[in-house]
Design a protein around this ligand. Sequence first.
Ligand code: NZQ
Ligand code: ZN
Length: 387
Amino acid sequence: MLNFDFQNKTEIIFGKNTEERVGKEIKKYGKKVLLHYGGGSIKRTGLYDRVIKSLKNENIEIIELDGVMPNPRVSLVREGIKICRENSIDIILAVGGGSVIDSAKAICAGVPYSGDVWDFCVEGVQVENPLPLGVILTIPAAGSESSMGTVLTNEEGLYKKSFGSNLLRPKFSILNPELTYTLPAYQTAAGVVDMMVHVFERYFTNTKSVELIDRMSEAVLTTIINNGEKVLENPEGYDARAEIMWAGTLAHNDLLHTGRETDWASHKIEHELSGIYDMTHGAGLAIITPAWMKYVYKHDLDRFVQFANRVWGVDVIGDRESIALEGIKRMEKFFKRMGMPVTLQEAGITNDRFEEMAKKAISLTETIGGFVKLSKDDIVEIYKLAK
Ligand code: NZQ
Ligand code: ZN
């Protein structure tokens, strides 16, 4: 196990009706809030009215910025930064999913910074004194409700890039599983895949003697698998929704990151897909991750056998390579049962921009991936395997 510092200060407020507490939570950080949200689902579900009521009960002044799109755009972030500066906003409240939270995080970072917010993504500028952020989560998926990262899309060139800091973790995140009942099945499924891949990115490691976190990761994964189809069959089943929601946070709050090297190649390869084709991140991962696994499994066959056995229930009998491949096959079948595409063709992507995407994926570093280092040519091969 490697040395580590682990810090995650996001307060998680979990359970039924917890969104009613938002006014009191926000009040701890100030009197003027920027309410940031997406394309309108929170109005259709009635959540917006409840949030406004709770904020007004505490006499909090509200300024709104809506219109965050999935794969959040840097142009809206720039607008948000301007609004916060002009109105001396004390705290941002993000109500939505990863896209809204990420947009809010970037605004929080950008307000005190004198340059352009995209510098954080490409110039390595460090985040200092960001505005505080509160969250009401409406879709378990990205894990942004307690992660340190944010992922932005720059419309100029269709670049999708990330940056992060412990300072960007939300001060609090309200997680009420009932708020996820209204999710379209496709979004639910894409969220399930995304959280699973957040665990994979850490599970596939070259670090030895990491049994505790391996077994915790396997527990998170098997819980997601056991409850994934249940939430599709019964969207208003509280218990399964609650398991999935808490799993999504634990998958990405960095506890499962402790003491080990991590990978992140699948995410970087996928970000080029969602950057160029504006596809849903989790659906992109359902396509890329099996292809990545097929490309790298021989690097550590024992780990892939462990994965096949402990996560997918493959018996450890016979040829080890076949066991590893059977694990990957069962994962693909699960993604399909969840209604996800597992090939580029199934997602309607037939034109070949593999060279361009691979080049962009390594635009900031020569290789990507901590488990297996991948060059541009390797990435092209993975896109080909995903065809
Ligand atoms: O915009 P509205 O109308 O709210 O609709 C959203 C959106 O269309 C809808 N939705 C959300 N909650 C709903 C709902 N519809 C009905 N009922 C509800 N309760 O769902 C759609 C997708 O929302 P989005 O926020 O885009 O989903 P998600 O949470 O999957 O976020 C995806 C983004 O997060 C990034 C991804 O790259 C992508 O841009 N990621 C962020 C990470 C991080 N910050 O740590 C890590 C992840 O790996 C990921 O890369
Ligand atoms: Zn992800």
